[in-house]
Design a protein. Structure first.
Length: 684
């Protein structure tokens, strides 16, 4: 476990901490002790940054006591202790203090790292309304003249134009603002984010009133989303004066509109929350966001004036496990309410896409091949709902089951049961005679009773099925509905051209296999069709995923003889790889680390109710590495030409591999750099 692979800091994460210490009003020495206690705790947790509340060195609620010279002086002495005792601590500390400069008193964030002050950031916006009277004690950063101040015998950068940039890990760039700054139309951290800051921090006091907490959460969430950044927020807690106000001591960590951690409110003692921030994900999102970068261009001259304060962060040694939930099914939300909403949207996007295509083409009939497997099942129930919405008879769906040499009794039975229960026009075409004729024509040995089950044998069957469907569509003035899904497209698991690769319109083109499984469950659970249909759908869900092209023995079998997942890997793993490789652009070693965290035997990921207990799998690192290698080779080396020629289909969720959608790539690229990165950085 000493391999760098096992540390979050090798994969573009940093650990953050937000600390809410107990304070005593006007007792800086006590408060310094409380701050140091939590700072040591953050360091022991291998944190890279530890945020404390506004004016935490003195407490916020001193009011006119701030004008007593002894209090700011005592605050400086307490800060000197913190600076000195931080020398052996890993995180950057952001501590709030009242500081005098230029004959003025500023409300400041003091940025401290390993025994030195990196910079001091004064508060810009001083609230002076309702219960706030900060302008009575402090002046705004806008009134500062100097860009540097003398502090503890050193010349220290001073101003709101500071961002603190670590030499490593890449992308660790800090900014500090104070309380009211984020409640404004354009917070100072907006400019910092556009200048490259990824970790935005807010030292806040923020008294509590009824209803304020929800607004405060929304504010932090939306700001982190707009800035494509992490946002750390601290609020003053126990010990602040309750003469006229109350305090809930709330800490929040958001990342790009997602809540990573929050503290208990109204706690009796000190608290610390931690969360691992995904710097690489933030950098990737910014790189892709043309609107974010256009905003940078619009403010280029202002952003050039931002001062970058470099520092060397010492990455903690040894294995450091990821303290962050990693969903096993990134295309399928874990929370039941969100999952139901996602399934509702996905299903209706597919239905409305097909409605538009039929209406535009002036076609009222659909031809579809029904195998009894997941993909054709889902496409068929989408088609059924589509003709219902159009006010057409379900008999306008011309559904064909086309048994071949390896069709199992189970799938054949399920295909017929489903077609009958939906009331579509159901037919059967045995493709074996035409396949034999084709193999006779090309001289394939199977036509001479030799059991040769090669790729030609498989593709003759796939091609015959699709050829029949297109001629049936011609004959009946109908549209051929495709059934292949996003996972198959990613792995190249389709017969190119006149095979299951082709159709007139494909409603499943951007729906991964794992989402199709849950869409079918959602259809059953929400009663989109009658009970009989629901029972058939559940039977299909429990059937082995198979191409059913190579027989186990002559004639039909009870169950599918082939297992798709034994050839190309478990779809639950390959969909995980698909999401993080294409949607996020992550390095393979990082994807392996996330998969190990989500799927390993000590994984923290939640099963929830996504998968029945008997089907809950775990994968060790060698297995994860093996199937990721398969994914990388198939995706980058051998299957892009199929994606370059896919039929139309609606973009449904977090990704599409259509060249007209999310993914554009050459058909003749190499997979070498991805495979080498995986083999070099992931232990076997």
């Amino acid at each position: 476990m000493s391999h760098p692979f096992y540390s979050i800091y090798s994969h573009g994460f940093i650990r953050s901490a937000v600390c809410i210490p107990r304070v005593r009003v006007a007792d800086p020495e006590f408060n310094a002790g409380q701050i140091l206690e939590l700072a040591r705790k953050a360091s022991a947790a291998h944190a890279a940054v530890a945020l404390f509340p506004e004016l935490g060195i003195t407490a916020y609620s001193n009011e006119d006591l701030f004008h007593q010279s002894v209090l700011p002086d005592a605050g400086v002495s307490a800060l000197e202790r913190i600076v000195s005792e931080s020398a052996d601590l890993s995180p950057v500390l952001l501590v709030g203090a009242p500081l005098r400069a230029e004959g003025k008193l500023f409300n400041c964030a003091v940025v401290i790292h390993r025994g030195r002050v990196l910079g001091i950031v004064p508060k810009t916006y001083l609230p002076n309304y309702r219960e706030f009277y900060e302008k009575r004690q402090f002046v705004s950063a806008r009134h500062a003249v100097c860009r540097e101040v003398s502090f503890l015998g050193e010349t220290v950068p001073f101003g709101t134009d500071l961002i603190f940039e670590a030499a490593n890990p890449e992308g660790f760039v800090l900014h500090a603002e104070i309380c009211e700054d984020v409640w404004t139309p354009i917070p100072p951290s907006t400019y910092a984010a556009l200048a490259g800051a990824t970790v935005l921090t807010n030292l806040s006091a923020s008294n509590i009133t009824v209803g304020k907490a929800e607004y405060r959460r929304d504010l932090c969430a939306s700001h982190s989303g707009r800035c494509l950044a992490a946002y750390l927020y601290s609020a003053a807690g126990p010990g602040e004066s309750t003469t006229d106000l109350a305090w809930d001591g709330y800490a929040l960590i958001y990342e790009n509109n997602t809540l990573l951690a929050e503290s208990e409110r109204f706690a009796d003692g000190s608290q610390m929350i931690t969360a691992d921030i995904d710097l690489e994900r933030l950098i990737q999102e910014r790189m892709r966001s043309t609107s974010f970068n256009d905003s940078v261009a619009n403010l280029r001259e202002r952003l050039r004036d931002v001062r970058r304060i470099p520092f060397e962060f010492e990455i903690p040694a040894g294995p450091i496990a990821l303290r962050r939930e990693t969903e096993r099914f990134p295309f399928v939300p874990d929370a039941p309410s969100r999952r139901d909403e996602r399934c509702f949207e996905a299903y209706n996007i597919q239905v409305h896409g097909l409605i538009k295509r039929l209406s535009s083409a002036g076609i009222e009939k659909i031809v579809i091949g029904v195998s009894g497997g997941l993909d054709s099942t889902h496409a068929l129930i989408v088609a059924a709902k589509t003709v219902d919405r159009l006010g057409l008879s379900r008999e306008n769906i011309l559904a064909y089951t086309m048994p071949g040499f390896a069709t199992s009794k189970t799938t054949h039975r399920n295909a017929w049961a489903l077609m009958k229960s939906l009331g579509v026009t159901a037919r059967e075409i045995d493709i074996r005679p035409s396949c034999i004729r084709m193999m006779q024509d090309i001289g394939h040995p199977f036509a001479d009773d030799q059991p040769v089950y090669d790729i030609t044998f498989e593709n003759v069957q796939a091609g015959e099925r699709t050829s029949h469907l297109f001629r049936l569509a011609n004959f009946h003035n109908a549209l051929v509905l495709g059934t292949g899904d996003l996972s198959e497209l990613a792995l190249g698991w389709a017969t190119y051209g006149v095979g299951d690769h082709m159709s007139h319109y494909n409603v499943n083109a951007s729906v991964p296999k794992t989402l199709i499984q849950h869409l079918i469950r959602w259809v059953v659970r929400t009663g989109q069709f009658d009970r009989e249909t629901g029972e058939i759908l559940l039977s299909i869900l429990n059937t082995e995923i198979s191409p059913e092209l190579v027989p186990a023995q002559a004639g039909e079998t009870d169950e599918p003889a082939q297992s798709t997942e034994s050839k190309i890997g478990p779809y639950e793993l390959q969909d995980f790889n698909l999401f993080y490789i294409t949607r996020c652009g992550f390095r393979p070693s990082r994807v392996a680390f996330l998969a190990w965290h989500a799927w390993g035997d000590k994984a923290r990921g939640s099963w929830s109710d996504l998968v029945p207990p008997e089907k809950r799998n775990e994968y060790d690192l060698p297995t994860i590495r093996k199937w990721l290698e398969v994914f990388l080779f198939r995706f980058f080396k051998i299957s892009q030409f199929k994606r370059s020629a896919v039929p139309n289909g609606p973009k449904v969720g977090a990704g599409s591999l259509s060249p007209r959608g999310d993914w554009r790539a050459p058909s003749d690229s190499e997979a070498v750099v991805w495979l080498e990165e995986l083999r070099r950085n992931v232990p076997e």
